[in-house]
Design a protein around this ligand. Structure first.
Ligand SMILES: NC(=O)c1ccc[n+]([C@@H]2O[C@H](COP(=O)([O-])OP(=O)(O)OC[C@H]3O[C@@H](n4cnc5c(N)ncnc54)[C@H](OP(=O)(O)O)[C@@H]3O)[C@@H](O)[C@H]2O)c1
Length: 432
């Protein structure tokens, strides 16, 4: 069999990881792929003489790579949207299999790209785009394919999880935890995509398309990040038996599919609450398999390269299943329809009767209180200027009703600051 000839676009973190995995595991990769995998050329904006290309040639023209006759697979690892999608499109038009780790491109252009790939019987692998080495695409599209999926819920942004874990375990403030994540190279210099939920939303829209056939429309994801979570919220959550996690959630409901990314209270008894640091985890609930939880390193050169090289090898064996998504998929439900219990932190004047007023408004809207935190348990650094937080956990209620009730609560003269609201997410079999 002829060697499989691969061209890589990009020579950054992940591309160097790919070169290194192929070098490190050459013999077993070739044996398992059934043919020799040869990196023929690497293209990038600037050469990096310090990187050993292991015999591959270097080109500074990424657009020339997809046109080369001798290449079988094009690996896109430049990131960004415009040039990356152009490279992938060109590659498919020229009959090349494609592998990418680019979630932004897949979330925005994925539908057309997947259609083009399947029309030409080419593979378009994007396992590395979602959760590093965690094989979630493979599971949803192959191993668990006999299931009707009910819920996919995941910690799919390592930076956010790193920050929340540092807040919970080391009592760091959000700002300190973010700075630490940046120092360790987890967060981007501009960490907006990570901490404001955009990166997780890109990934979730791909997962939802795979699981529920929703069209790949990342604009319909309800997105909230973690920047408004305080250390005190995390402490109160802990007192109530929960951890604060940033989750991407897509769930099949009666009239459509939920698609939302936001911080959640997750029961400290659920395995998901123990996914710490930069780890990722995805829970898949299917009507035959029950609940499957996949967890592992969510990013980094070698874990991401593990997924990318796996996709290259699958292309070499030509036994991939074509992935089709969307177009006329189910309706995506507005966030107003979501039904959850809620955690509320309501800054109020330290007077008797305020709790009763809040409870009365909630009860007017049929919102019942599951638990509340009393004055003596409040965090030490709150409540020192004549005000105290009222912390309440409600039973499940629809988002639109909760929003309306809280507008009323917020207008009470005893309320001295904005109310924090975090949804509580019961993941399958947790006991709460
Ligand atoms: N890093 C991770 O842990 C991780 C995990 C999962 C997925 N991903 C995804 O993998 C992709 C690559 O990420 P990365 O971390 O490896 O990025 P990176 O370290 O910034 O590397 C990007 C590489 O592509 C080159 N490049 C960028 N834009 C280019 C353009 N328009 N023309 C030519 N060359 C260009 C850069 O060259 P110069 O340096 O010369 O500019 C650099 O060599 C992204 O889509 C990212 O979202 C990354």
């Amino acid at each position: 069999v002829e060697p499989l000839k691969v061209g890589i676009c990009g020579l950054g973190t992940v591309a160097q990881g790919v070169l290194s995995v192929i070098q490190k595991n050459t013999a077993l990769i070739n044996r398992r792929a059934g043919r020799i995998i040869e990196i023929s050329v690497v293209a990038s904006r600037n050469p990096r003489p310090e990187v050993d290309l292991h015999g591959a040639t270097f080109s500074n023209d990424i657009f020339e790579i997809p046109l080369r006759n001798e290449l079988d697979v094009i690996v896109e690892l430049i990131g960004g949207e415009d040039d990356a999608s152009k490279v992938i499109k060109l590659a498919l038009e020229n009959g090349k299999h494609v592998v990418t780790a680019n979630k932004a491109v897949m979330a925005i252009y994925g539908e057309k790209l997947l259609q083009a790939a399947s029309a030409s019987k080419l593979s378009l692998g994007f396992e590395g785009a979602i959760a590093g080495s965690v094989p979630i695409v493979m599971n949803l599209t192959e191993a668990l394919i006999a299931n009707e999926y009910e819920l996919i819920a995941g910690i799919i942004n390592g930076t956010s999880n790193y920050i929340l874990t540092a807040m919970e375990k080391e009592q760091k403030t959000f700002q300190d935890a973010l700075r630490e994540a940046q120092d360790l190279g987890y967060a981007e210099a501009d960490p907006k995509y990570d901490i404001e939920g955009v990166d997780a939303a890109h990934k979730l829209s791909i997962l939802s398309a795979l699981a529920f056939g929703t069209s790949l429309n990342f604009e319909k994801v309800h997105i909230e990040g973690i920047s408004s979570i305080t250390l005190n919220d995390i402490k109160y959550a802990e007192l109530l038996g929960y951890s604060v996690k940033h989750l991407g959630i897509t769930r099949r409901a009666e009239n459509g599919v939920e698609l939302r990314v936001h911080p959640c209270l997750v029961s400290s008894e659920h395995l998901m609450s123990r996914v710490e640091g930069s780890m990722n985890a995805v829970l898949v609930s299917g009507n035959a398999a029950g609940e499957t939880l996949l967890a592992g390193p969510g990013a980094g050169a070698l874990p991401t390269a593990s997924a990318v090289v796996g996709d290259i090898m699958r292309a070499a064996r030509s036994n991939f299943m074509p992935i089709t998504v969307g177009e006329s998929g189910p309706h995506i439900l507005p966030i107003a329809d979501a039904i959850n219990p809620h955690y509320l932190r309501i800054p109020s004047l330290d007077r008797t009767g305020v709790f009763a007023k809040v409870a009365t408004i909630l009860s007017d809207y049929n919102i019942s209180i599951d638990a509340a935190i009393q004055n003596e348990q409040i965090a030490v650094d709150e409540g020192d200027e004549g005000w105290v937080p009222i912390v309440i956990l409600t039973h499940a209620v629809s988002e639109s009703i909760m929003v309306e009730a809280l507008e009323k609560v917020q207008k009470l003269p005893d309320i001295v600051g904005s109310i924090t609201r975090i949804r509580v997410e019961h993941l399958g079999t947790d006991s709460k």
